[in-house]
Design a protein around this ligand. Structure first.
Ligand SMILES: [Zn+2]
Length: 126
């Protein structure tokens, strides 16, 4: 089945549904088979979610967001409190890892929802 036969909502609604890692078509079922792997189709409405290729966009967004939060925090903490170097060598990489691993799956869901709302599969040629 193709994407055209399934309901499609606004970009904002689809992104919000994707943040919850749910099907952007029926909004009632989880679309992830694992941490980042999409199910081939929605278990509820059979929408072909697995056809969508988000590629590098979710990691790009993750790096962008984590970098823009952590870097100013790092500079602020260093200039204000001057914590020991060892403390910072443990703190900042740990925070970056936790934030990245937390954000990546929800951002992938959001990107998949956004692509679904546009009718994209990720293999378009321009
Ligand atoms: Zn569905």
């Amino acid at each position: 089945m193709t994407q055209e036969t399934f309901p499609r909502y606004s970009k904002g609604r689809s992104i919000k549904t994707g943040f919850r890692r749910q099907c952007p078509s029926c909004e009632n079922a989880k679309i992830f088979a694992g941490y980042l792997k999409l199910k081939s189709e929605c278990p509820n409405c059979a929408a072909p979610i697995g056809q969508i290729r988000a590629d590098d966009f979710p990691p790009y967004l993750t790096i962008l967001i984590v970098g823009h939060i952590l870097l100013p925090a790092l500079v602020y903490v260093e200039l204000t409190y001057h914590p020991p170097t060892l403390f910072q060598m443990i703190l900042w990489p740990s925070l970056a890892l936790i934030m990245s691993l937390s954000l990546l799956p929800v951002l992938k869901g959001a990107v998949v929802g956004f692509m679904w709302s546009l009718g994209m599969k990720g293999d378009e040629q321009h």
